[in-house]
Design a protein around this ligand. Structure first.
Ligand SMILES: CC(C)(COP(=O)(O)OP(=O)(O)OC[C@H]1O[C@@H](n2cnc3c(N)ncnc32)[C@H](O)[C@@H]1OP(=O)(O)O)[C@@H](O)C(=O)NCCC(=O)NCCS
Length: 168
């Protein structure tokens, strides 16, 4: 099957899509982040993009649209907040985060396109390394060149931190 033709836009440009993807994010990771909520994720997905290299402020989200402009998936680039404070000291951002593809649109290359987009964006912004934390998808990211860095726990649940190097 040919890859689907996607457009990637700031998530804030489609605020009506935010609650659906916020719910999917909460279903996937709510058990790892006890202070998370669908309301907070909805707010984050609707926030205006602020392109900054200040990790304390960096919080960007994009949406993949199909050729009919239907939203298929989201991804975020975050400065921090992905791992617990003790680990965060040694694992600085930026972080690829919040990657969710609508279950009806999986295995069509949507996540791969979003990962490539955010990786290129982080590189364009001047970052040299991008991290992520995942509970179940280590091999998915390894197949895309990501490297295991450390085992951590999120709310006592084992997770793996991985990184990719953003070549100059
Ligand atoms: C993990 C997740 C993001 C993957 O999304 P996706 O859009 O299905 O991912 P892709 O389509 O890019 O890749 C999935 C597989 O489909 C295959 N694929 C991609 N396009 C395809 C096509 N046109 N035809 C057939 N297969 C295809 C890919 O080769 C890939 O297999 P591989 O990993 O063996 O290479 C999605 O399952 C999801 O949202 N899961 C829940 C949340 C989650 O786990 N998020 C990420 C973890 S932090």
């Amino acid at each position: 099957m040919d890859p689907i033709a996607l457009t990637i836009v700031p998530a804030c440009s489609r605020p009506e899509a935010a609650p659906h993807f916020a719910q999917l994010q909460f279903e996937a990771w709510g058990h790892l982040y006890p202070h998370s909520s669908i309301e907070q994720s909805t707010f984050d997905l609707r926030a205006e993009l602020l392109p900054t290299t200040d990790l304390a402020l960096l919080r960007m989200a994009w949406l993949a649209l199909d050729p009919d402009d239907s939203p298929l998936g989201v991804i975020m680039l975050l400065g921090g907040g992905e791992v617990e404070p003790d680990d965060a000291l040694e694992l600085p951002g930026p972080w690829l985060a919040g990657l969710i593809v609508d279950p009806r649109s999986r295995r069509e290359g949507v996540a791969s396109a979003l990962i490539n987009f955010v990786t290129a964006k982080a590189k364009d912004m001047g970052f040299e390394r991008l991290r992520l934390v995942t509970e179940h998808e280590v091999s998915f990211y390894e197949r895309r060149g990501w490297v295991r860095e450390r085992e951590v726990t999120l709310n006592s649940v084992p997770n793996t931190v991985m990184f990719t190097t953003l070549a100059p």
